[in-house]
Design a protein around this ligand. Structure first.
Ligand code: MN
Length: 418
């Protein structure tokens, strides 16, 4: 394993092999593009200014002086991967180019405690899929019919819906408990008020790296060319609002009050070594959805809860990205098969990622089985759904041969309804 001259703590999500991109600012200065290594952020705008990208073709000189990654991503993979490779070379153990110039180093390398992270991408469109067979089966069992938990379309296409981008926030942003309409069980008429069934959804999302024209289809086998990287994603959900409103047009206000995204976008190239097979699809699918080879990734996922008035977090579940029935290439192929264009910065989330074991369920709805099996917390309290003051912490990482590629945290704390 190749190391960096910047110290990377053991078990860090961000070794030299990761180098994810994000947007940061220092002391209220204008945000700019950074790369994460260990507990430090590398300022790409300074690297550019100081001439460390000389020899690379970067057509836009202000591309790192931006409050989102969109312009950088739009330069295309040959440029973005060239930049990532250059940063990797500069930080490699034995390379003295930046290391031995303290003036430059102080301008370029910032400790994470000194920076503020921002939402990394201006998201044009956001789609949320529903690609975990375990999650879809659990929800179908609880809300409809255990014998026919999956609807007839489910194994023929990756089900999804269009979400809102205006309420997607970066990790660490507080989440206000939403108000809305819901119909309590046994009541004839709906009530109005703060949601009583506030939940998280453990998801991952990918960021589009290349535009298509209207009418163009992305072939499943080429879909990864259109994917810049991945984030961890919490699709906060108000289950009571959701179940009252969703028929017949699907998710609406029970979903779009807030979603939290991790601050660092991990490139698809960084997780190349963790490719694995998806579950076997046992229903014949149309050709446009067919893929071969390893089209998904072994990414370990976990959710912890820090209950209100407690400093100690408790693990709620462990899941894995590889459990998803529909892979990202199939999702993108399906999304464009009708000619709908995609744009740089679009976000496609996976849907809740649950596994087959109850300890791998990716939402409170499933973990507490619709509130019928409360979860006992270490402070003696119980949870069916989230309380005001609770903090939800999601983590994700791949690990093999001593290299851990992680996504950092995706965190949100619940504030009372206003
Ligand atoms: Mn969702």
């Amino acid at each position: 394993m190749i190391n960096s001259w910047i110290e990377v703590p053991a078990n860090s999500d961000f070794p030299l092999q990761n180098l994810p991109f994000g947007i940061f600012s220092v002391n209220g200065d204008a945000p700019c593009v950074g790369v994460r290594i260990g507990d430090h952020v590398i300022d790409l705008s300074m690297l550019m200014e100081l001439g460390y990208f000389d020899g690379l073709v970067i057509p836009e000189s202000t591309v790192f002086h931006q409050k989102t990654l969109n312009n950088f991503i739009a330069l295309g993979k040959s440029t973005t991967l060239g930049v990532r490779q250059r940063v990797m070379d500069l930080l490699k153990e034995g390379n003295s180019k930046l290391r031995d110039y303290p003036d430059d180093r102080n301008e370029v390398v910032k400790h994470i405690s000194k920076v503020k992270m921002h939402l990394p991408v201006q998201i044009g469109d956001y789609t949320d899929f529903y690609s975990s067979i375990e999650h879809a089966t659990n929800v179908g069992t609880m809300f409809r019919d255990p014998a026919n938990a999956l609807l007839p379309n489910w194994k023929h296409l990756p089900v999804g819906y269009h979400g809102r981008t205006s309420s997607i926030v970066v990790s660490g942003t507080d989440i206000i408990r939403p108000k809305g309409q819901f119909k309590p069980e046994g009541h004839e008429n709906p009530s109005f008020g703060a949601t009583r069934l506030l939940d998280f959804e453990l998801e991952m999302g990918f960021i589009v790296g290349k535009n298509t024209e209207m009418g163009e289809n992305v072939a499943a086998m080429n879909a990864e060319d259109y994917i810049f990287g991945f984030v961890l994603f919490n699709d906060w959900s108000a289950r009571d609002i959701q179940s009252w409103e969703y028929v017949p047009l699907g998710p609406f206000l029970g979903k779009n009050f807030a979603s939290t995204m991790s601050a660092w976008v991990v490139t698809i190239e960084a997780i190349e070594n963790y490719r694995t097979n998806s579950p076997i699809q046992d229903v014949e699918i149309f050709d446009y959805l067919k893929t071969t080879g390893k089209r998904t990734f072994d990414i370990k996922l976990e959710v912890a809860l820090k209950p209100v008035n407690s400093d100690k977090e408790m693990l709620l579940c462990k899941s894995n990205f590889k459990y998803l029935y529909w892979n990202i290439s199939q999702q993108l192929a399906h999304h464009t098969i009708n000619g709908c264009p995609i744009n740089v910065g679009d976000l496609y989330a996976s849907g809740t990622i649950s596994g087959s074991e109850p300890t791998s369920y990716g939402s409170m709805l499933e973990l507490s089985w619709k509130g019928t099996k409360p979860i006992l917390l270490h402070d003696g309290s119980e949870r069916k759904f989230l309380h005001d003051g609770d903090t939800v912490i999601m983590r994700a990482y791949s690990e093999k041969d001593g290299v851990r590629i992680g996504f950092g945290e995706c965190v949100g704390k619940i504030l009372p309804a206003r």
